[in-house]
Write a protein of this length. Structure first.
Length: 366
């Protein structure tokens, strides 16, 4: 019997680039938008982050899988990436708490992966040429056939994916007797965002992405949280309208990532598709209000229009990316509403920005 790791695998990019490697995970074919993550740890949390839905992920770190996988180290109920690209995807692992190997995990989750790829060269190509669609296959070596299949894959721009990963039914967490009740609009919320709220005494109720304002208000929330999620925010008219209705209540609102983008769209600020996005655990951000810097976890391929923000007299910029000066946080001047583009819950990643959850709780207490 041929061992899995002797099987060839092929990666084909939309610009015609062909990369050969070795098969890992499930034998099959997968498509999506290629992107990369610069993090050195936390691969399992990254793979299960719903914001990665629809994407094929390059892991920059040279060793992935070396500490195995653990059932509790997840941000959702399943792997959300479409495929994984690595330099050394490891079957063997060293961690007494691990439940299984990465190979076994990928097979169980149905994840196609390609190993033995020069990921540094591939990341340099994406940084130069931009994000694009790709196809990974360990079941077909017919490059022309794969190119034809790739042409059928829609681009990320214009895709509404948040409702695909949202919860199908509402659920609650935390102290049911707490006065700090938060209605969470789930566009792909990470588990540790909810944990960060619950740890601060918040009682959360998580609602489906398309829940209307009346049902949200039936929970009698003290505040609203607009979650992260995948895809393009611009076509999400249903969510933008709900955010406008939430703002009209005058109650505190906190948005993260996609939630940040929806807040600005609700204030007539357009978003745009980034060249290759920000994804990793080491992105420096400056808090404009305090002057302090934070090292942040990020995962987004869309941004907000800086010129439109500067022209809007009701929006104050609170955080700026120190690498490219993109806007990382805003707050409204006439409402108790604020948002950040990055992930202050940071799983995986540094905890420099978890004070934002404290700020949200303080708004609800006032």
């Amino acid at each position: 019997m041929t061992h899995q790791y002797t099987k060839p695998a092929i990666l084909v990019l939309a610009d015609g680039t062909v990369v050969h490697g070795k098969a890992f995970g499930k034998t099959g074919t997968a498509t999506g938008e290629i992107c990369f993550n610069t993090g050195m740890t936390g691969y399992q949390e990254v793979f299960t982050d719903p914001s990665y839905y629809g994407q094929v992920l390059i892991m920059n770190n040279v060793h992935i899988g070396n500490y195995g996988v653990k059932k509790s180290d997840v941000e959702s109920g399943s792997v959300k990436v479409k495929a994984v690209i690595g330099r050394n995807l490891e079957e063997k692992y060293s961690r007494f708490m691990a439940d299984s190997s990465l190979q076994q995990y990928f097979e169980e989750q149905g994840v196609v992966a390609i190993d033995a790829v020069d990921t540094r060269a591939l990341v340099a190509h994406i940084r130069t040429c931009g994000a694009m669609n790709c196809i990974v296959s360990s079941e077909s070596a017919d490059i022309e056939f794969l190119k034809k299949q790739l042409q059928l894959v829609p681009g990320m721009g214009g895709q509404e994916l948040a409702s695909v990963v949202s919860t199908s039914s509402s659920y609650e967490m935390g102290d049911a007797g707490s006065n700090l009740r938060v209605a969470v609009l789930d566009f792909g919320v990470k588990k540790n965002i909810l944990h960060c709220l619950v740890e601060r005494g918040v009682h959360v109720k998580v609602f489906n992405a398309k829940t209307g304002i009346d049902e949200l208000n039936s929970f009698n929330p003290a505040g609203y949280f607009i979650s992260n999620g995948p895809g393009d925010p611009a076509p999400m008219d249903y969510a933008i309208n709900t955010v406008k209705q939430i703002l009209a209540t005058g109650k505190p609102l906190f948005g993260i990532c996609l939630g940040h983008q929806l807040l600005v769209l609700a204030n007539d600020i357009p978003t745009f598709k980034m060249h290759h996005g920000h994804r990793g655990l080491n992105h420096p951000v400056r808090n404009v209000i305090t002057g302090k810097s934070e090292i942040t976890t990020q995962n987004h391929g869309f941004g907000i229009d800086p010129e439109a923000v500067l022209k809007n007299g009701n929006i104050e910029i609170t955080h700026v990316n120190l690498n490219d000066n993109s806007i990382e946080g805003i707050r409204l001047k006439d409402k108790p509403a604020f948002s950040v583009q990055y992930h202050p819950e940071a799983t995986p990643g540094p905890h420099d920005s978890r004070y934002l959850f404290d700020d949200f709780v303080a708004l609800m207490r006032n």
